[in-house]
Design a protein around this ligand. Structure first.
Ligand SMILES: Cc1cc2nc3c(=O)[nH]c(=O)nc-3n(C[C@H](O)[C@H](O)[C@H](O)COP(=O)(O)OP(=O)(O)OC[C@H]3O[C@@H](n4cnc5c(N)ncnc54)[C@H](O)[C@@H]3O)c2cc1C
Length: 343
């Protein structure tokens, strides 16, 4: 690293905070992470599906070229670093709901831009280059590695305890930092410096279920998805999208709906093991928020990953770490300087 190592405080160890911490450490910085380990955080609940296709319009996902050639390798490098297994590649079987949908996918499957990842299979379509990040395993492995070096604290961060020193450093509970990066997910709503950024939170339910005899070699998707886990006959089933909901209370009606859908899709008995509900930190135009505060230059934000944190982090976390280290420009679609603070 050409620049002087910085002392950096990261608030939040979800997908954003964990991948950023690893990136910053690799660039030679001294990192401290604080997280309250809320069990219903978006990352601790997420299925971690990595999917290169947007079903609406059957298109490659935003920034496909930046993300997809390397997303699995990105997490495999962290597997080697952390000595744990958490990324799995599977094809996804897209089950078409009707002839119109099948026709649309077939037509799009002939277009050069997307045909390399779509393969017809009977009445349905296989989407290649898909997989799953076992997010909880990844977060746990990262936390363990940070804890070994006394770089992780399990506690509630208090914004009012930050002290801005004349030297330009920031003090928090007796320790001084060059930079503070907020990776708080939906916790951003309590952040006094960045709560001017508009979020459009989306509540989501996910079930852990038992489905005996269902093959675990692929992800199955119609509107809902069924994702294999490393345990025999155990799958993740999701999800719901409750617009503007910030409730983390799991409603049994959502579980009933998902179980019925899964039984229809698989033709098998689906038994509930666990029901979780979390809130995705979604931005209305689906473009994340990265960057420095306009006035407090050593406060930064990395948030707004919405429903696609697993894939996006492989592109955005190296970008954010380079921005902090070398001041290299952020992609203009994600840079918060696109939004003016009011007041
Ligand atoms: C049901 C569901 C299914 C999903 N499935 C997928 C999927 O298949 N694929 C995919 O890519 N994405 C999925 N997502 C979305 C994905 O989870 C998010 O994009 C991602 O987890 C956001 O990560 P984050 O680090 O920004 O936020 P978070 O995961 O919310 O992390 C923020 C962290 O900061 C902590 N924190 C906040 N404030 C404080 C404070 N004051 N003090 C201490 N700690 C604090 C929180 O406890 C949390 O640990 C899903 C989400 C849901 C809800």
């Amino acid at each position: 690293m050409g620049n002087k190592p910085k002392h950096i405080l990261i608030i939040g160890s979800g997908l954003a905070g964990s991948t950023l911490a690893l990136e910053l450490i690799q660039r030679g910085h001294i990192v401290q992470v604080i997280d309250n380990l809320a069990p219903n955080s978006s990352s601790r609940v997420a299925a971690g599906i990595i999917n290169p296709v947007v079903p609406k319009g059957v298109k490659k996902t935003w920034q496909y070229q930046e993300i997809f050639p390397a997303v699995f390798e990105y997490y495999r490098n962290f597997e080697s670093l952390l000595g744990a297994k958490f990324v799995f590649e599977y094809p996804m079987l897209q089950i078409h709901a009707n002839d119109n949908e099948r026709h649309e996918w077939r037509k799009r499957g002939e277009v050069n831009e997307i045909k390399d990842i779509l393969t017809p299979e009977g009445d349905n379509t296989i989407v290649n280059n898909c997989g799953r990040l076992d997010v909880l395993q990844f977060l746990t492995a990262t936390q363990n590695a940070l804890e070994k070096n006394h770089q992780f604290a399990t506690e509630q961060f208090k914004h009012s305890d930050l002290i801005f020193l004349e030297s330009g450093m920031i003090e928090y509970h007796g320790n001084q930092f060059d930079d503070v990066v907020f990776c708080e997910g939906i916790g951003i709503m309590q952040n006094p410096w960045f709560n001017y950024l508009f979020f459009d939170p989306t509540g989501g339910d996910i079930l852990t279920v038992k489905i005996e005899g269902l093959s675990n070699d692929k992800i199955i998707k119609q509107k809902q998805w069924i994702v294999p886990t490393q345990q025999k006959d155990v799958f993740l089933l999701g999800s719901t999208f409750h617009k503007k909901s910030i409730s983390e209370v799991a409603d049994p009606m959502d579980a009933k709906f998902l179980l019925e859908r899964a039984e229809l899709i698989t033709g098998k008995l689906v038994t509930l093991i666990k029901h979780q509900r979390a809130v995705r930190p979604t931005v209305q135009n689906r473009r994340p928020y990265l960057g420095r505060h306009q006035a407090y230059k050593n406060l930064s934000i990395y948030n707004g990953l919405g429903a696609k944190g697993s894939a996006l982090c492989s592109w955005l976390s190296p970008m954010m770490a380079d921005f902090i280290t070398y001041n290299t420009p952020l992609n203009e679609e994600v840079d918060i300087s696109r939004i003016q603070e009011i007041g």
